[in-house]
Design a protein around this ligand. Sequence first.
Ligand SMILES: [Mn+2]
Length: 277
Amino acid sequence: MQSLMIYFVSDAHIGSRAMTAPEEHQQKLVELLRSMAADATAVYLMGDIFDFWYEYIWERYPSELTDDRAIPRSKRAFAPLLRQLREMTDKGIEVHFFIGNHDIWTFGGLKKMTGVIVHRKPETLTLNGRSCFLAHGDGLVPTGYIASLPANVQRKIRRFIRLRAFFHNPVAQFLFRFVPPFMGDAFGYEWARRSRVRELANPFPYKGEHHEELVLWAKEQEAQGPKTDYYIFGHRHIELDLQLASSSRVVILGDFFRQFTYAYMDDKGCLILSACQ
Ligand SMILES: [Mn+2]
């Protein structure tokens, strides 16, 4: 019998300088992907798989990964993961890579090396008969949400939105590509490390269905437009499977550096959140 399993994982933050055992961390993700490859038709990487990923103008990306030395130095530590992705796409498994807010900056190199399909925007797709809205989740703000918050929280969110706009700005992206990779990476990994350290010391818990942005955002979509069976997000590093009144479900995938969660959808369109031991 042909299997039609579809898998979802996000927020591994591979390469994070806040991790104590980065190689084991990467290996754990490689092993998860290998087990998925046994029966997957598609794997959706829902953002922030890398803690920082920037493709510089100085680098050339090979379409064969047989020789480590062909991989640009700034990406060589990711060779096991890149090879695993290549193996899956060579086998005919669709691997979809949604950019997160840490790995926005792929300009063709990752696709060339691994064969993944890169998504820079949220997508609405029908998967195993279910309508799915897929997004990393950053930048989705429900109407009136910011104004409803205390002033200090509003400032924080506005700062994130400004930074996000800057990170997505094509001119800024183009200019940063000229930075020498060792300098760009030193800056990028330090920026990312700080946010991980802050989070590990003080995780941001689920705010409840009346306060969690992505839940409010999904409810607003449900009220306005066509019904969606599943809203699948990453970004928040919380594990959530919430049934909305409209019969839609909001699934937030958790993360793959602390909770090691992922989700799968079987051939009947049944979606389940799970975790690695
Ligand atoms: Mn993340």
